[in-house]
Design a protein around this ligand. Structure first.
Ligand code: ZN
Length: 342
């Protein structure tokens, strides 16, 4: 009697420090179109190129109903102002990203941190159905976390909750993009693994994490040592997260999950060195981080519809005035909204 309306789609973008992916996503999480755009230090020009790509995609799908624009960002977004508040790896000056996107496709824009977007996608489409306390850790150019606490995404004041990547492990160590020294991401990010490898004076250079993973798969000892060192630091950081939040599940997203079979025992061992109560969360690798960031950006748009009561024709309410229970991320609630949209 009811079903998903496959004509409803969202325009989404996943912006990373060097590359952005633009796509159209439908209610089933399927991609109708995808393109990649290079990201520069100039936000205005970069967003103009992304908007241009979005408009082209929209023109190519005239039969679809576009519900809005969702953006995943490598930083924290202030939920009140919707401006990018903290993004050390992107290096963009203070810039009204939301307004720049709204002027383009002429639709409402929702933005959030990439780790939050990944966690939303895992909650809706992934395998953590029924889990109410989870943390998703993205291991990319930096280290980001998204937190599900009692079934709700945790934002904290100014949207800054979850910056575990910038907890200091050693003040004498390398400078972080945030301006401090020895942050967890300085030791546990992809850039850290590449640095460990370069410091070992290898005969073959690795410019990207893909190179390092390939070398490790070919049993290159220095590549394996670099990834192992990174994994040890990942395990150390997960101890901090577990002590702070006691999640049932910790999801790990990023390119390194391609070597999960090799690295998981290293992470588990580093973590196990100081378990507080003999209990530990389940560690689950997420193999579709890029897809998750885009799907999560689409869910941001659907959540806005849900929160504003648009699906049922109720009067539109400001986001901050929405009762907490209406923002439930429980999978069934999201699906119900999708059905009502038909
Ligand atoms: Zn830092």
């Amino acid at each position: 009697m009811v079903g998903l309306n496959e004509h409803l789609v969202m325009l989404v973008a996943d912006i990373r420090p060097k590359l952005a992916t633009v796509a159209i996503v439908d209610l089933n999480g399927r991609f109708l179109s995808r393109a990649q755009i290079s990201v520069t230090s100039d936000p205005e020009k970069t967003i103009a190129k992304i908007v241009e790509s979005m408009l082209r995609m929209k023109q190519n799908h005239p039969q679809r109903s576009f519900e809005g624009v969702g953006i995943a960002l490598p930083g924290r977004v202030d939920s009140a102002t919707r401006r990018l508040r903290f993004a050390p790896n992107l290096g963009w000056p203070d810039f009204d990203i939301k307004e720049a996107f709204e002027k383009g496709p002429g639709m409402a824009v929702e933005m959030d941190n990439a780790a939050n977007a990944c966690l939303l996608a895992e909650t809706w489409f992934g395998g953590i159905d029924g889990v109410r306390n989870a943390v998703l850790v993205t291991i990319s150019e930096g280290v980001g976390t998204g937190i599900l606490c009692n079934g709700q995404l945790l934002y904290g004041n100014c949207g800054m909750a979850g910056e575990f990547g910038h907890i200091c492990l050693d003040t004498n160590r390398p400078l972080c993009g945030c301006g401090a020294r020895g942050c967890w991401e300085v030791f546990a990010s992809l850039n850290a693994a590449l640095r460990y490898y370069a410091e070992s004076k290898p005969q073959v250079m690795a410019r990207a994490i893909e190179d390092l993973l390939r070398l490790a798969s070919e049993e290159d000892a220095k590549a394996i040592a670099a990834l192992t060192k990174q994994a040890e630091y990942i395990g150390q950081g997960l101890r901090v997260i577990t002590a702070a939040l006691a999640p049932e599940v910790i999801l790990i997203a990023g390119d390194i999950v391609a070597a999960w079979g090799r690295l998981a025992p290293v992470i588990e061992n580093a973590f196990a060195q100081s378990i507080l109560s003999g209990w530990k969360p389940r560690f689950i690798p997420t193999h579709e981080a890029e897809v998750d960031r885009l799907r999560g950006a689409a869910i941001l748009v659907l959540q806005r519809r849900s929160s504003n009561g648009e699906a049922t024709g109720a009067k539109r309410m400001p986001r901050r005035a929405v009762p907490a229970k209406k923002k439930s991320l429980v999978k069934g609630a999201g699906r119900r909204v999708a059905v009502l949209s038909t």
